[in-house]
Design a protein around this ligand. Structure first.
Ligand code: ATP
Length: 509
C-alpha cells in the first residue's frame, strides 16, 4: 500500500541488463511536493531508477504507480514528468525564448467545441502565441532569466544554460521534475549557487523533485529526503539529519560526511569498547556483540590531559590542517586514527585527552563478520566450489574423525564411506583470511574491488567476481575501487558445514 499523499510509488522494482541486476528490490513512496535525492556512487543504479520513473526504461520486475495508477508500461510522453539532464541538450541555433518555447509550439491541447448538430465535442489545437508567451515568461521568471530571453544560447554561461534547460522542463507544468546530476558540468562556485536556486525553484513551483547526485553535500543541502543506494539497492531512506546522525550501517556513515568508523564490542549495558577504551553509549546491544561504531569528527572533544587520571583516553596529534573555521587533526590512539574537528589551535605531537558524549556514539549492527557462502558445493576432487571456482578445502571437517581414502571418498571413524561429490555446503571464510593480490594469476579467482570503507586502523574492502559473488576482506593497505584482484584462500581457512544429513552421501558398495 502506498502512503497517503503519495505521488510516485516504486514497488518491488528490479532492472536487469544482460545478466546483471542493476536495480534490486527497490521500494519507495514519494510524497507530493517532496524533494527526494537518490545518492550513491557512480554505477549504483541511480540514473536507471530515474529513467524507469521517466519511462525511458521498463522495469524487469515490479511496478511504478503515479497517483495510484500503474504507469509501468506507459510511454514517457504520456507521463506528467519532465527530466533535466546533466548535458543540457539545448538547441545552439535557437535563442533562449525559442529553446524554452520549442516543446510548446508542438504541443496540442484538448478543447471543447460545439459541432453543427449542437453536440459538444473535444478537439485538439495548438497553443496560441499569446499562451506560449505567457508560459515561457513564467518559466523564465522561475529560473531568473526573464531578462535574457533573446540571447543566443552560445553566449550564456554554463549555469545560465542549465537554467534554460530547467525552464524548458518546467514550462509544460509537469507534476514531477526529474533532475539527473543537473549541476555536474558546473564549476564549484556556480554549483553552490545553483543548489540554493534549485531549492528556491522547488519552493516556488511546489512540485515534486527527484534528484540524482553522487555528491553527498549537495544531497544534504537540498533534499527533504535522501535515498542512499549501493549496488542497486536502497541502504537507507531518511531526512538529511537522520541519515547524518543515525546512519544504519558503516557504508552510509562513510558515504555521508566524514566519519571515524571502528570495529567495536559491547562490553556492558550501554557500554561499548573501541580504541581500547570502554565508552558509555545510549544504544543497547547484546553483551559481547561485535558492532560498528561511527563518531563524527566534530563530536570528538579534545581536552588537556590530567596526569592523575589513568582511566582517560589519550592520543597524540599526528597531523593538523587549518580548514577556515576549524582545525582538522588526526590523533593517533595506539594504531588507530581519530579524525577530529576543533576550533582551538594545537600542535603536532601534543598529547590530548579524548572524550565522546554517549549520544554521539552511533552504534550499528555489524553488517558482516565473515564471508558466508550458502550455495557452495563440493566437486569430485573434494574442492569447494565458491563463485563457480574450485578452492582446495579440508572436507574431513564435515565429519569429525574422518579421513580421505585413496579413491577420494570420505571415510568415517566407523569405516563408512561417503561420496561428497555435488554435496551442498555452507562455506565460511574470515575477513582476515583472504589472500588478495593485484598480480594476475590465472589459477586464482579474479574480481573487481567495488567498495572500500576505512575503519580507523584498517580498510574493509569488497571484491565482486564476475559471477556476482562478494568477498570481503580487512586490510591495512589501500585498494582502489575498480582495481582487478586475484583471490586465494588457504585450505585450512575455509570452514565447511554440510547442508542436510550426511547419510544422503553414504557410498553404497
Ligand atoms: P552514474 O552516477 O555514473 O551515472 P548511476 O548510479 O546513475 O551512475 P546507472 O547509470 O543507473 O548508475 O548504471 C547502473 C549500472 O547499469 C552500471 O553498471 C551501468 O553500466 C549499467 N547500465 C546502465 N544502463 C545500461 C544499459 N542500457 N545496458 C547495459 N548496462 C547498463
Amino acid at each position: 500500500m502506498a502512503k497517503e499523499n503519495c505521488i510516485i510509488s516504486l514497488q518491488g522494482v528490479r532492472k536487469v541488463f544482460g545478466n546483471t541486476a542493476v536495480v534490486e528490490d527497490f521500494n519507495l513512496d514519494i510524497t507530493k511536493g517532496e524533494f527526494v535525492t537518490f545518492l550513491g556512487p557512480s554505477g549504483c543504479g541511480k540514473t536507471t531508477t530515474l529513467r524507469m520513473i521517466a519511462g525511458f526504461e521498463t522495469p524487469t520486475e515490479g511496478k511504478i504507480l503515479l497517483n495510484g495508477e500503474d504507469i509501468t508500461k506507459i510511454p514517457p510522453y504520456k507521463r506528467p514528468i519532465n527530466t533535466v539532464f546533466q548535458r543540457y541538450a539545448l538547441f545552439p541555433h535557437l535563442d533562449v525564448y525559442d529553446n524554452v518555447a520549442f516543446g510548446l509550439k508542438l504541443k496540442k491541447i484538448p478543447y471543447e467545441k460545439t459541432d453543427k448538430n449542437g453536440n459538444k465535442i473535444t478537439k485538439l489545437r495548438h497553443l496560441t502565441n499569446e499562451e506560449i508567451d505567457k508560459k515561457v515568461a513564467k518559466a523564465l521568471k522561475v529560473v531568473d532569466l526573464d531578462e535574457l530571453e533573446n540571447r543566443d544560447i552560445s553566449t550564456l554561461s554554463g549555469g545560465q544554460q542549465q537554467r534554460v534547460a530547467i525552464a524548458r522542463a518546467i514550462v509544460n507544468e509537469p507534476e514531477i521534475l526529474l533532475l539527473d546530476e543537473p549541476l555536474g558540468a558546473l564549476d564549484l562556485k556556480m554549483r553552490k549557487e545553483m543548489q540554493l536556486e534549485l531549492k528556491e525553484m522547488h519552493r516556488k513551483l511546489g512540485i515534486t523533485f527527484i534528484y540524482v547526485t553522487h555528491d553527498q553535500e549537495e544531497a544534504l543541502t537540498m533534499s527533504d529526503t535522501i535515498v542512499i543506494m549501493k549496488n542497486g539497492e536502497i541502504q537507507q531512506v531518511g531526512t538529511p539529519i537522520d541519515i547524518y546522525n543515525e546512519p544504519v550501517n558503516a557504508y552510509v556513515a562513510d558515504f555521508i560526511g566524514e566519519s571515524n568508523i571502528y570495529n567495536a564490542t559491547m562490553v556492558g549495558k550501554k557500554q561499548v569498547r573501541f580504541l581500547n577504551h570502554a565508552f558509555d553509549c545510549v544504544d543497547d546491544f547484546p553483551l559481547n556483540e561485535k558492532v560498528d561504531v561511527v563518531v563524527r569528527p566534530e563530536d570528538v572533544i579534545l581536552t588537556k590531559v590530567n596526569a592523575e587520571s589513568k582511566e582517560d583516553l589519550c592520543g597524540r596529534i599526528d597531523t593538523k590542517i587549518f580548514k577556515g573555521v576549524h582545525y582538522e587533526y588526526v590523533i593517533m590512539v595506539g594504531k588507530n586514527e581519530v579524525t577530529v574537528q576543533d576550533t582551538k589551535e594545537r600542535n603536532i605531537g601534543d598529547i590530548v585527552k579524548i572524550e565522546i558524549e554517549p549520544e554521539n556514539i552511533q552504534i550499528m549492527k555489524k553488517e558482516v563478520t565473515a564471508n558466508i557462502y550458502t550455495d557452495a558445493w563440493i566437486n569430485n576432487k573434494n574442492q569447494v566450489m565458491i563463485s563457480e571456482f574450485p578452492f582446495e578445502a579440508d572436507v574431513t571437517q564435515i565429519l569429525p574423525g574422518s579421513q580421505i581414502d585413496e579413491e577420494g571418498y570420505l571415510v568415517g571413524k566407523d569405516g563408512k564411506k561417503y561420496d561428497l561429490n555435488d554435496a551442498d555446503v555452507i562455506a565460511e571464510v574470515g575477513l582476515n583470511d583472504l589472500g588478495i593480490s593485484d598480480i594476475e594469476d590465472e589459477k586464482c579467482l579474479s574480481g573487481v574491488i567495488v567498495d572500500t570503507v576505512y575503519k580507523g586502523d584498517h580498510y574493509q574492502v569488497m571484491v565482486r567476481t564476475e559471477q556476482d559473488e562478494e568477498f570481503i576482506f580487512e586490510t591495512a593497505y589501500t585498494w582502489n575501487v575498480n582495481d582487478i584482484v586475484w583471490i586465494t584462500i588457504p585450505k585450512e581457512k575455509i570452514k565447511l558445514t554440510l547442508k542436510g544429513d550426511i547419510k544422503k552421501y553414504v557410498k553404497e558398495d
